[in-house]
Write a protein that binds this ligand. Structure first.
Ligand SMILES: C[S@@+](CC[C@H](N)C(=O)[O-])C[C@H]1O[C@@H](n2cnc3c(N)ncnc32)[C@H](O)[C@@H]1O
Length: 499
C-alpha cells in the first residue's frame, strides 16, 4: 500500500492533521479492500467550496480489461476537512472503502444496482467535458441574476478580493513598457498607425477601465498621441458581461470595441489581428478555462475522468425545497444549463415563480455539485488529444521527469495560448495575471484545483506546459511574482518572441 501526503508542511505543523492518520489506518486495517494495491492520497483542499467529498474512492481502471474494471483503488482524503473539529474520519473512510472492497462491487465507482442515492448528472467524461463547465459558462452568461441573488459581486471571490488587473501601478508599468517599444519603433519609422491591444475575458470591465484611464493619463504626459491610435479590443464569450464592460469603460468608448468570442478558439474571431497585436492582456481567465487532469500511477499514464452528481442528502433537500421528485433533478439541471434561469422560470412558472426562484435552484445545485473520479489508462500519450492541434506527447517531458504525479493539462488555456501567439506583433507580448504552477514538481506537494469561486470553476494553470508549447513555437515565457500585492498567489506570465 502507498500513502502519499502532499501538504507536508501542514503535516509537520498541525497536530490536528496528524491526528487524521490513526483513524485512517484503523479503517484500512478493518476493511476488506485489497490493501496491497491501494493508494491513499492526502491533499489539503484550500477551496472551501469544491467538488469532492472529504474522503472519496477512485478506481484505477485496468488496461486491457472490460470498460469499468478496476485494477486498484485510490482513497483520497481532504486533510483540511478531516482535521476539522467533529469530522467523522472513521465513518467517511468506511464508506469510501466499502466502494473499493470486492463485496461492494469493486467496479467503477458507479452506484450499486440498487443505487446509493446519488443523483448522477452525466456519464464519465474527461474533466474538460464535464457539465461543471456548463455551470461555469452559465455563471458568466447570467451574472447579474446570480449577483442579485447572492448580494455580492463576483470580483470579491477572486484571490485577494479584487482582480490584479485593477492595480494601477502594474497597469502603469505595462503601459510604459508599451510606450518604450513604440518610441523605438517610431524612431525607425516602423510603428504601424493602428496600435492594437486585445483583452480576453473582460468581467466587469474593471481591467479595461484601469488600463485605459492610466493609458490616457500617461499618454498626455508622454505627448506622442498614442491614445488616439489605440484600438482596445475586449473579447468575451458572454454578451452580458461585454455589455457591462462597455458601460464601465464609458469615456473611452471610441477607442474600444467589444467582440463576442470563444477564448479557446481565437483564429476565426480575431485572426485579422495576426502579427498586429502589441499586447494580449489577460487576467483571471486561464484559470477559468476547461481542463483535464492526467496522472502517472506506478509508471503508467492515466486520464482522470469525472462524473458529476448530487449527494443523496443534498439531492433530497433540493428536491423537497423546490417541490419536485428527486428524479426530476437531473433533467431540470440540464435544462437550466441549456436555457438559463430566466427562461427556465418562464417555461415552468408553477415550479419557479420568477427568475429569482430559478436562480436559487441553480445556486443550490451548484453548491451541492460533486464529482466522482476514476483513472482511465492512456494507451499512449499520442492517442490523447490535448487540443485539436496538440497531442498528449507534449506531456511526456513533464510526466517522465516527475515519477508518479497528477497534474492539470490546461487544455482550454493551451488552445487559447496557441491561438494567441500568432496574433502578436514581432514586438508584442502576452501579459497574463493568473494562478500558475511554475514547476511540474509543485504538483507533488500542493492542491491546485478544481475549486469553486461563487458560481465559477477555478484551476491553477500548468505553467511549465504553457512554456513548453511556447518554446516549440519560438516564444519565451517568463513567470514573475505579482509584486504589487505581497503574499498573493497570482503570478504574471509574459510571453514574447524569443530573441
Ligand atoms: C474571472 S473573470 C475575469 C475578468 C477580468 N479579466 C478580471 O481580471 O477581473 C473571467 C472572464 O472570462 C470570461 N470567460 C471565461 N471563459 C471564457 C471563454 N471560454 N471564452 C471567452 N471568455 C471567457 C468570463 O465571461 C469572464 O468575463
Amino acid at each position: 500500500m502507498q500513502i502519499d501526503v502532499r501538504p507536508v508542511r501542514r503535516l509537520r505543523e498541525s497536530a490536528a492533521v496528524r491526528a487524521v492518520f490513526p483513524p485512517v489506518l484503523e479503517a484500512l486495517a478493518a476493511s476488506a479492500a485489497d490493501l496491497a494495491g491501494l493508494r491513499v492520497v492526502g491533499d489539503w483542499i484550500q477551496y472551501k467550496a469544491n467538488f469532492r467529498d472529504p474522503v472519496m474512492a477512485r478506481p484505477v481502471l485496468a488496461p486491457g480489461l472490460p470498460d469499468g474494471e478496476a485494477d486498484s483503488w485510490e482513497i483520497a482524503v481532504d486533510l483540511r476537512r478531516c482535521a476539522a473539529e467533529g469530522a467523522d474520519v472513521s465513518g467517511a473512510m468506511a464508506a469510501a472503502l466499502a466502494e473499493a472492497a470486492p463485496q461492494a462491487g469493486g467496479r467503477d465507482g458507479a452506484p450499486s444496482p440498487a443505487g446509493d442515492g446519488r443523483v448522477w448528472l452525466e456519464p464519465w467524461v474527461p474533466g474538460s467535458a464535464s457539465l461543471a463547465w456548463g455551470f461555469n459558462a452559465l455563471f458568466w452568461q447570467a451574472l447579474a441574476d446570480w449577483e442579485k441573488a447572492s448580494g455580492r459581486e463576483y470580483e470579491q471571490s477572486l484571490p485577494g478580493g479584487e482582480t490584479a488587473a485593477r492595480d494601477t501601478a502594474a497597469a502603469r508599468d505595462l503601459i510604459l513598457g508599451l510606450f518604450k517599444t513604440w518610441d523605438e519603433l517610431q524612431a525607425r519609422r516602423a510603428l504601424p498607425e493602428e496600435l492594437y491591444v486585445l483583452e480576453l475575458g473582460v468581467g466587469n470591465g474593471g481591467q479595461a477601465r484601469t488600463f485605459l484611464d492610466e493609458f490616457l493619463a500617461l499618454d498626455r504626459r508622454h505627448g506622442r498621441g498614442y491614445y488616439r491610435r489605440l484600438h482596445y479590443l475586449m473579447g468575451d464569450y458572454s454578451p452580458h458581461v461585454l455589455d457591462r464592460a462597455r458601460q464601465a469603460v464609458g469615456q473611452h468608448g471610441e477607442r474600444v470595441s467589444g467582440l463576442v468570442l470563444e477564448a479557446t478558439r481565437l483564429s476565426g474571431s480575431v485572426g485579422f489581428l495576426a502579427g498586429k497585436a502589441f499586447l494580449v492582456y489577460i487576467s483571471n481567465v486561464y484559470d477559468n478555462l476547461p481542463t483535464d487532469e492526467v496522472a502517472a500511477i506506478r509508471g503508467r499514464d492515466y486520464l482522470v475522468q469525472v462524473r458529476s452528481y448530487l449527494p443523496p442528502g443534498a439531492a433530497a433537500a433540493i428536491a423537497e425545497r423546490f417541490g419536485m421528485p428527486p428524479a426530476d433533478l437531473a433533467p431540470l439541471i440540464q435544462r437550466l444549463l441549456r436555457i438559463g434561469p430566466e427562461l427556465l422560470s418562464e417555461s415552468l412558472p408553477e415550479r419557479f415563480g420568477d427568475t429569482g426562484q430559478a436562480v436559487l435552484f441553480w445556486q443550490a445545485a451548484w453548491q451541492a455539485l460533486r464529482q466522482a473520479e476514476r483513472y482511465v489508462p492512456l494507451e499512449g500519450l499520442d492517442t490523447y488529444q490535448v487540443t485539436p492541434s496538440v497531442t498528449g506527447e507534449i506531456l511526456r517531458p513533464l510526466l517522465t521527469a516527475e515519477g508518479d504525479v497528477r497534474m492539470h493539462v490546461s487544455n482550454g488555456t493551451l488552445a487559447s495560448f496557441a491561438d494567441t501567439l500568432p496574433l502578436l506583433h514581432p514586438f508584442g507580448r502576452v501579459v497574463c495575471h493568473d494562478l500558475f504552477t511554475t514547476a511540474a514538481g509543485e504538483y507533488h506537494n500542493g492542491f491546485f484545483g478544481p475549486g469553486k469561486y461563487d458560481g465559477s470553476v477555478v484551476n491553477w494553470v500548468n505553467g511549465p506546459l504553457l512554456a513548453l508549447l511556447a518554446s516549440r513555437r519560438g516564444f519565451d515565457v517568463q513567470f514573475s511574482p505579482f509584486t504589487q500585492r505581497p503574499g498573493t498567489h497570482i503570478k504574471t506570465l509574459t510571453a514574447q518572441v524569443r530573441d
